[in-house]
Write a protein that binds this ligand. Structure first.
Ligand code: CA
Ligand code: CA
Ligand code: CA
Ligand code: CA
Length: 230
């Protein structure tokens, strides 16, 4: 009897763990100098928890300050980098070199494979150029943005998007191909963070998985049978 009670308690606690509100997290300080595949420039890809992923690239602006960037890069070089020359690396757009420095002028875009409820990072710009964090849904529609600011932690979450999940963000003076290498301002970012709800696994089509309450009823039925046999 004691064993049965313990088994029941174990079963109930397992169910409550399965139903717990758990989050997927991506947290990156860029200080290794590489993404999850050992790459340091171009389209960068980082893995978070439970298959939550982020891709970084540029905003495809094509102006006179570095042209159309070839993605992003992890760097300690100058132009818009308050941490220049240190081992505390940052992320900037991978624009053309001007001979000695990278312009870091294009907007920085981060795309997720799962809708995020919050995205934040530090603006590590070395001047007061104000930028905003623009948020997009899975269809690339603008759904909200953070206030314009500089040299601070920027945050966008679902309270700014009418509750819609965030599949892409862009950090820049203007969203899309506006701003970026057209506006003559330079900047970098650091300490990227994103969180998303762990998505429910979909039931495979044609397969009827019983609900938790059904499991309870079945468990009691089996327990009843076990007692009867004794
Ligand atoms: Ca580009
Ligand atoms: Ca860093
Ligand atoms: Ca832009
Ligand atoms: Ca700047």
């Amino acid at each position: 009897m004691k064993e049965r009670i313990i088994l029941f308690i174990l079963f109930f606690s397992m169910l409550s763990i399965m139903n717990a509100d758990t989050l997927n997290i991506i947290s990156i300080n860029f200080n290794t100098g590489f993404d999850s595949h050992g790459v340091s420039s171009g389209l960068l890809h980082f893995n978070g928890t439970n298959g939550f992923e982020v891709y970084f690239t540029d905003d495809d602006s094509n102006g006179g300050y570095g042209g159309n960037a070839n993605g992003v890069h992890i760097s300690n070089q100058n132009y818009g980098n308050a941490k220049v020359g240190t081992s505390d690396l940052v992320l900037g757009a991978y624009n053309n070199y001007n001979g000695s420095y990278n312009y870091h002028s294009s907007g920085i875009v981060a795309s997720f494979n799962q809708g995020a409820r919050k995205v934040s990072f530090d603006d590590t710009d070395d001047d007061g150029t104000v930028k905003a964090l623009f948020a997009y849904d899975q269809y690339n529609n603008l759904i909200g943005q953070s206030p314009f600011a500089s040299r601070t932690t920027v945050v966008v979450d679902t309270t700014m998007t009418n509750g819609k999940l965030i599949y892409k963000v862009e950090f820049d003076t203007a969203g899309g191909t506006a701003g970026g290498s057209n506006d003559g301002t330079y900047f970098t970012i650091d300490n990227f963070y994103a969180e998303a709800y762990i998505e429910q696994t979909a039931t495979p089509p044609g397969i009827n998985v019983p609900e938790a309450s059904t499991w309870f009823m079945m468990l009691f039925a089996f327990a009843g049978l076990a007692f009867r046999k004794k």
